[in-house]
Design a protein around this ligand. Structure first.
Ligand code: HT7
Ligand code: ZN
Length: 859
């Protein structure tokens, strides 16, 4: 497959200032007539040929300036039209079969309705067009269809006219005044019902808001609508961004490849990120809905008003928008808890990507299939990179930078370089060297040591940026680190400083530090790096209990456990050392479980053990079985040793009545955490408390938490709860997804048999990405299932990739990275993982998506 390179960018030869689309809608047959006003681009190469991209479509007719065109031909999937002048009108008809579109890109049918997904290259599956984000057009859309099948007809912008047609049909016309790239086009038609609201913007305009869902789901839309209103207000207050149309529609669809899509004025969402009520959605679901609604709304400025010049610039909109949604969620809830959650996601999803065969910079240099680059690196590391600029500039100056960015580039397709330059100019920063964060892949490792010289504390830092595929040589990057030096006696420090390490090695002298201080470094995770520092347990126990930065407290607790488990897995601990390590962890853990000053939301974070994938990251080559056994061993030891404290905690929080307030949410979070440890320490006690929590549950958070614990136990209560859950929520797809994923993600010894049975369950559907992920992504992320020494877990994931690829290649390709980690796994498992990748590679008609990921993983 051809490789697309960033350095080959050329401006488009032809522009399309306007497009008119006419849809004659049907689930099995839709006719599309598109009329493009094309204009030669003075900045283009002057070519007479207009290249219009297509994908699995063919033209029914082609006209130029109203006449049947003779000068057109196909070049592979693309349509080439010969044009003589500088401006023409090109009209093309295509015929689509939405019900046959299982890839869920372009126009497709979902649950009896029609909807579109055009990012990144789906528009070319609807009609022929220069399908690239630097071609901006105003869209006029007309659609007609059977009124009973499609009572609601939606597109971008505002509805300008509607009426009745013949034979039970009706029609609507929509016009979006804001020029946009084709990837932001959207159309939805179907039987939908709205939860309606309004928002008055800061300049006094009233915006109509609708959250559209299938009839019957409308009772679960209020949280989404509230989140939208909160997002609109927050973006005005925090970034000075006002909404720019009179209407904002959100539509929930049940078949969707990703979370949601920011189409101008018509966001399309996976039902997962819309529907919630206390009986069916957990607190985590509520938070995710708020975050995703915010994310898509914020794209209206960071993505839509200022879009990307080409897909290599994806982090321009995604990294920035993730940062914006993170700041929003932090302001809506607890800032430190949100920061801890974001760092945990980065470490679980992005660090492994950055150290594996698919590592790429946040602004990639090449790709074969752009869908493979919607990654944790582009999104989450991209957000961290912009967050570092904010940290170095300070909030106020950062805002000056973003204001300048929006002013300078409004209405255009911009680059990451444009963004950095605007922050540089607006915030008054020198970001010359900082630009390396955009071009170099790999998580920098920072070795830190603290010494005393002439009564002063000296912090020595040394950075290494690991080699990554295609990047053997790396340069030192600027790494902003927040540090504080604690006085052991008083538990205080004299102020936090920001040091920027911009050389391979540097020393920072702290003249007025206390004698023999305790170092707190990378506070609030000011840089996305790994800090390497061997530290006495006592220092970490001190910070876990006393650091005034909540993130640093969490970090100290994590480091204490990581240090211990990594040594244990490596066989480097004798019985005495193991027991001393556990005792230190146990004491820190006891303080967390019993600290009356700590709020429960934070307690829930501090109680979490580091993920197995993060532990594996610490080792060049690891044995997943040994990591799992050591981590579970520690969990069981903590559960048994602190049984009384954990039961007291479980009892206390079980008495807190349901509400959406932070205190009650914290109680629920800790309730399941406590249950996890109790069950690890004593299975029978876990089963009886688990089923009691399940039966008493008045909300999904408690019910799902109890079921999660029971699903990992081999006890009769497990079967009772699973059967009850299935019967209780029959017909509710999102909750049935939970039922599938709790079993596929369980630590039960027969989990592989369970996954095989789930794949044969009558409710399992290969055509629905949520359902496929609920079984197979849960299994791929579950070390017990995936890393089973038999290799059956790898075989299962290999099989699903091969079976899913012809149906939905984008979703299939998302499973490849789990197998791609083979080089970091012990030899016996590594060869089984590699064999699975080779088996996939032998398939003759693999999609570009899967082929790219598999060949890079083997290469
Ligand atoms: N910008 C959206 C990306 C997206 C997407 C990409 C490829 C295939 C399907 C897709 N659905 C949505 C989502 C976002 O980041 O906001
Ligand atoms: Zn996004």
């Amino acid at each position: 497959p051809p490789v697309i390179r960033r350095e080959d960018y050329l401006p488009p030869a032809w522009l399309v200032p306007e497009i008119a689309l006419d849809f004659d809608l049907g689930l099995d047959a839709t006719k599309v007539t598109s009329t493009l006003s094309v204009k030669r681009n003075p900045e283009g190469n002057g070519a007479a040929t207009l290249r219009l991209n297509g994908d699995q479509i063919s033209p029914v007719s082609v006209r130029v300036d109203g006449e049947a065109a003779s000068g057109w031909r196909m070049d592979g999937p693309d349509l080439l039209v010969e044009l003589s002048g500088d401006a023409h009108e090109v009209t093309i008809e295509t015929a689509l079969v939405p019900s046959g579109n299982s890839q869920l890109m372009g126009l497709y049918a979902s649950n009896g309705m029609l909807c579109t997904q055009c990012e990144a290259e789906g528009f070319r599956r609807i009609t022929f067009f220069p399908d690239r984000p630097d071609v901006l057009s105003t869209y006029s859309v007309r659609m007609s269809g059977d009124k009973a099948t499609f009572p609601i007809l939606l597109a971008n912008g505002n509805c300008t006219a509607e009426g009745e047609g013949e034979n039970g049909t009706h029609w609507a016309e929509w016009y979006d005044p804001w020029p946009k790239p084709s990837y932001l086009f959207a159309l939805v038609a179907g039987e939908l019902i709205a939860n309606h609201g309004t928002f008055t913007t800061k300049s006094g305009r009233t915006v109509d808001l609708n959250v559209w869902v299938r009839p019957g789901d409308e009772g679960r839309t209020q949280h989404a609508l509230d989140s939208l209103i909160a997002s609109m207000k927050w973006d005005e207050e925090t970034f000075g961004r006002e909404y720019d149309l009179d209407l904002f529609n959100i539509v929930a669809v049940s078949d969707f490849n990703m979370g949601a899509m920011e189409n101008k004025g018509l966001n399309v969402f996976n039902t997962r990120y819309v529907l919630a009520d206390p009986d069916t959605a957990t607190d985590a679901d509520y938070d995710a809905i708020e975050g995703v609604i915010g994310h898509e709304y914020f794209h209206n400025w960071s993505g839509n008003r200022v879009t990307c010049r080409d897909w290599f610039q994806l982090s321009l909109k995604e990294g920035f928008t993730v940062l914006r949604d993170q700041l929003f969620s932090a302001d809506m809830g607890s800032e430190p808890v949100k920061r801890i959650e974001d760092v945990r996601i980065l470490r679980i999803a992005q660090f492994p990507e950055d150290s594996g065969p698919l590592a790429h910079p946040i602004r990639p240099d090449s790709y074969q299939e752009i869908s493979n680059f919607y990654t944790a690196t582009v999104y989450n590391k991209g957000a961290e990179v912009i967050r570092m600029m904010r940290t170095m500039a300070g909030e106020e100056r950062f805002r000056k930078g973003t204001d300048l960015y929006f002013d300078r580039h409004d209405g255009t397709a911009a680059t990451c370089e444009d963004f950095v330059k605007a922050i540089e100019d607006g915030a008054g920063l020198d970001l010359a060297q900082f630009r390396l964060w955009y071009s170099q892949a790999g998580t920098p490792q920072v070795a830190a040591s603290l010494t005393q010289e002439d009564g002063k504390a000296v912090l020595t830092l040394h950075q290494t940026v690991p080699t990554t595929p295609g990047q053997p040589e790396k340069q030192a990057m600027p790494i902003p680190l927040r540090v504080a030096l604690f006085d052991r006696a008083t538990g205080t420090h004299s102020g936090e400083s920001l040091v920027v390490l911009d050389k391979a090695e540097d020393r920072f002298v702290f003249a007025d530090a206390p004698a023999d201080p305790v170092l707190s470094i990378n506070r609030s995770f000011s840089a996305p790096v790994a800090i390497e520092m061997a530290r006495p347990d006592a220092d970490l126990v001190f910070l876990a209990a006393r650091d005034d930065d909540p993130f640093a407290r969490y970090e100290a607790m994590q480091s204490l456990v990581v240090q211990h488990l990594v040594a244990a897995v490596g066989g480097g601990l004798d019985e005495g050392q193991r027991s001393a390590g556990r005792t230190a962890i146990g004491e820190a853990f006891r303080a967390i479980v019993t600290d009356a000053e700590l709020d429960d939301l934070m307690r829930g974070e501090l109680m979490l053990l580091p993920a197995e994938s993060y532990l594996a990251e610490q080792l060049l080559v690891s044995d997943p079985g040994a990591i799992h056994a050591e981590r579970e061993g520690l969990k069981a030891w903590l559960g048994a040793t602190l049984a009384d404290e954990l039961k007291a905690l479980h009892d206390r929080v079980s008495a807190v009545p349901y509400s959406r307030e932070a205190e009650a949410r914290g109680a629920r979070k800790v309730k399941t955490q406590a249950l996890v440890y109790i069950a690890a320490g004593d299975g029978a006690e876990g089963a009886s408390r688990g089923i009691a929590q399940y039966r008493a549950a008045s909300c999904m958070t408690d019910r799902q938490g109890a079921l999660m614990v029971l699903a990992s136990l081999d006890c009769p209560e497990r079967e009772e709860a699973l059967a009850d859950f299935l019967a209780r929520y029959e017909g509710n797809a999102l909750v049935i997804d939970k039922w599938f994923s709790l079993q596929a993600g369980s630590l039960h010894p027969r989990v592989l048999d369970h996954v095989r049975a789930l794949a044969k369950h009558p409710e399992f559907r290969m055509s629905n990405p949520n359902r496929v992920r609920s079984v197979f992504m849960a299994a791929a992320m579950n070390p017990v299932a995936f890393h089973d020494p038999s290799g059956e877990g790898y075989r299962m994931i290999g099989d699903i990739i091969r079976r899913l690829d012809p149906i939905n290649p984008q979703t299939a390709a998302r499973f490849v990275p789990s197998l791609g980690r083979w080089r970091r796994v012990e030899p016996a498992r590594a060869s089984l993982m590699r064999a699975e990748l080779e088996r996939i590679a032998q398939e003759s008609d693999l999609s570009r998506d899967v082929r790219e990921q598999v060949s890079k993983s083997l290469g």
